[in-house]
Design a protein around this ligand. Structure first.
Ligand code: ADP
Ligand code: MG
Length: 320
């Protein structure tokens, strides 16, 4: 499989203009997102000042331990949940300022959502094709266009014509998830969100689903954000963002090298937030026994970080 681009082809420009956002502005911009859930008087901080920028036409994978805030982030971007503080702008829509009617329209037309559980994506008593037509019906698309567009979407995700009149229960798990992508795409959203869409699939079906998502990105220029545990999937996207404790902690970029044959290389970066904060990788912290304070020194082209040597002694904590 070849890699996915980082945006920049002609389709992306069209997609950006089609959704009303000024050309060149990011598809998704999250700044200092905070989400606190209060359960029985206890506050759970699911997002603790998360920053994320995704360009139009990009495919980004989100990875992170269970409970790190991935689904909370997806639900906020998808307009299903609202942040406690911070800002999220998607395709020109400021999610914190949307009224209920705009929010409904936003969920119907601007974003598409694919969940991990196939049952949550599809209605069991409708056929695959009818499932794809449903969002078109809700957005008042005429009958003939509904049928045509449902088939186009199912073509794109490679669901065979003879399988389209079956109900989800008769389809394989992989087919169900590909139909779910077609459902999410029916109204041509500019952003497609998928929360662990391959979580319940075997490797081969996961590969097919990912190929389908890649085709969608290539053909329609749709911006895609997907949460995944699958290292294979993360290997084939331009950018992987790791979330730790409700914040973006690192990003891995894959780039085509300069050499002949253009080998793909990947490099992991730490993320600098709006206020200049940096989260050091746990391995680095452990390796040098960093604790509470570090010394920083600005060099000509880098910054050095040293453990606070005095802190290890008995009176270390009292030093200024
Ligand atoms: P992930 O998808 O990365 O596993 P989540 O976003 O689902 O993480 O959860 C992040 C944190 O927020 C977890 O500690 C989780 O228990 C908590 N959380 C998520 N949703 C709710 C909710 N509806 N009510 C209370 N706590 C929640
Ligand atoms: Mg989750």
């Amino acid at each position: 499989m070849d890699g996915i681009g980082y945006g920049g082809h002609a389709m992306n420009q069209t997609a950006t203009r089609a959704n009303g956002a000024p050309a060149g502005s990011p598809a998704i911009l999250c700044e200092g997102l905070i989400r606190i859930y209060t359960v029985a008087d206890v506050d759970v901080v699911a997002l603790s000042g998360l920053d994320l920028r995704v360009e139009a036409g990009e495919v980004v994978a989100i990875v992170g331990a269970s409970g790190s805030g991935k689904s909370t982030l997806m639900n906020i971007i998808g307009g299903l949940d609202t942040p406690t503080a911070g800002r999220a702008v998607v395709a020109g829509h400021d999610l914190g300022r949307m009224r209920e009617a705009e929010r409904t329209a936003y969920r119907r037309r601007v974003v598409g959502f694919v969940w991990q559980q196939a049952e949550r994506n599809l209605l069991p008593y409708l056929t695959a094709a009818e499932n794809v037509e449903l969002p078109l019906l809700l957005s008042r698309t005429g009958a003939r266009d509904r049928v045509r567009r449902a088939h186009e979407a199912l073509d794109l995700v490679r669901v065979a014509p003879e399988r389209r009149n079956l109900r989800p229960g008769r389809l394989s798990g992989g087919e169900q998830q590909r139909v779910a992508v077609a459902v999410a795409l029916a109204n041509r959203p500019s952003v497609l969100l998928a929360d662990e869409p391959t979580g319940e699939l075997d490797t081969a079906s996961a590969g097919e689903l990912f190929d389908a998502l890649r085709g969608v990105n290539r053909e329609l220029g749709t911006t895609i954000v997907l949460v995944t545990h699958d290292p294979l999937v993360a290997e084939h996207v331009g950018r992987t963002v790791a979330i730790r404790d409700g914040r973006t902690s690192s990003e891995t970029l894959r780039r085509l090298g300069d050499g002949v044959g253009g080998e793909l290389t990947s490099e992991e970066f730490a993320v600098l937030d709006q206020s200049g904060r940096l989260q050091l990788p746990k391995a680095h912290v452990d390796a040098l026994g960093l604790d509470r304070r570090v010394r920083l020194r600005l060099e000509q082209d880098h910054i050095g970080v040293w453990p606070d040597a005095g802190a290890t002694g008995a009176q270390g904590d009292d030093r200024g």
